[in-house]
Write a protein that binds this ligand. Structure first.
Ligand code: NAD
Ligand code: UDP
Length: 313
């Protein structure tokens, strides 16, 4: 067996911790790099006893050097609450983090995958979104530090590929949920589950008629690993998401039903620039990666709710 050396930035976060676990299970050596802004040691504490796992405290806005075969670049807060806390730092993380990791990939001749986002489509005027859609993004709004930071990172990835032949892969991730989301993360699935388990009011923003397509984290990790292994020259961007689309109100009702909660639904103001709808077209991932999501929303919610019950009890 060939033991690859794999660097995962943002590895102590929600998605990163699942990815590190998967890569270790496949027999790789994993370097998990994180500044612990939104990530936590508890997400990877179960991996610390593995001699092929290394946890490194580092901020991707400053250069980092290591020998590796592959780099997954996930470092960036993903929840609006956290990425809006210090928008300048969010932009620096996306842009300088991309430059530092691409520079490293170029120097050590590593393959590098960027965790991009469906937010590059902004408030989309095309539905569902295909990779060829350029997006409808406000450059000066509340979400811009994240959306434009990720768009700039995509540009850098493509330019390092064209100018320096760096072997790059870009995945555009749609809303993902699952165990190890931070309870205070502020994203809709974790908010609703925490509220339902505590019998607190469920906070629906706006009228709850906006839609999202929710992907279980194991499906995402499978897509990322397949993308990294895809044939040389296939750069993406490729959408990785679950095309089953739900209104936020439908999600609230599902969570209440599964948790058997006494929570009531209350309405709060819709944040500015909140996209009205979002649903991936995943034809490209199906054709190029032979990938499609396997876990439906009900099954994924049941697993996620079990996790939150375990951390509250
Ligand atoms: P998360 O906030 O749980 O994880 C992000 C990780 O990056 C955290 O561990 C955080 O501490 C770390 N980090 C942040 N800034 C850093 C910096 N400057 N240097 C080093 N580490 C830093 O979020 P997540 O949901 O796990 O998202 C992981 C990646 O996937 C992000 O790049 C995000 O933009 C992308 N993504 C996630 C979703 C989703 O629904 N979860 C959707 C689209 C894209
Ligand atoms: N949302 C909500 N209540 C909450 C948190 C979020 O109604 O407690 C809504 C939010 O306005 C958005 C959707 O749920 O329309 C998804 O929000 P999230 O922050 O999870 O992801 P994003 O908006 O980045 O897709």
């Amino acid at each position: 067996m060939i033991r690859k050396k794999v660097l995962v930035t943002g590895g102590a976060g929600f998605v990163g911790s699942h990815l590190c676990e998967r890569l270790l299970n496949e027999g790789n050596e994993v370097y998990c790099l994180d500044n612990f802004f939104t990530g936590q040691k508890r997400n990877v504490v179960h991996l610390l006893s593995d001699p092929y796992f290394e946890l490194i405290r580092h901020d991707v806005t400053t250069p980092f050097f290591i020998e590796a075969d592959e780099i997954y670049n996930l470092a960036c807060p993903a929840s609006p609450v956290h990425y809006q806390y210090n928008p300048i730092k969010t932009m620096k993380t996306s842009v300088m983090g991309a430059i530092n990791m691409l520079g490293l990939a170029k120097r050590i001749n590593a393959k590098i995958l960027q965790a991009s986002t469906s937010e590059v489509y902004g408030n989309p005027l095309e539905h569902p979104q295909t990779e060829s859609y350029w997006g409808n993004v406000n450059p000066i709004g509340e979400r811009s530090c994240y959306d434009e930071g990720k768009r700039a990172a995509e540009t850098l990835f493509m330019d390092y590929h064209k100018q320096n032949q760096v072997d790059i892969k870009i995945v555009r991730i749609f809303n993902t949920y699952g165990p190890r989301m931070h309870p205070d993360d502020g994203r809709v699935v974790s908010n609703f589950i925490v509220q339902a388990l505590k019998n607190q009011d469920i906070t629906v923003y706006g009228k709850g008629q906006q839609t999202r397509s929710f992907q279980y984290v194991d499906d995402l990790v499978e897509g990322m690993v397949k993308m990294m292994a895809s044939s040389n020259g296939f750069t993406g961007p490729v959408n990785i998401g679950n095309p089953d689309e739900f209104t936020i109100m439908e999600l609230a009702k599902k969570v209440i039903a599964i948790t058997n909660s006494n929570s009531k639904i209350i309405y709060k103001a819709l944040p500015s620039d909140d996209p009205l709808m979002r649903k991936p077209d995943i034809s490209l991932a199906k054709n190029e990666l032979n990938w499609s999501p396997k876990i439906n929303l009900d099954d994924g919610l049941i697993k996620t709710i079990k996790y939150f019950e375990s951390i509250f009890n």
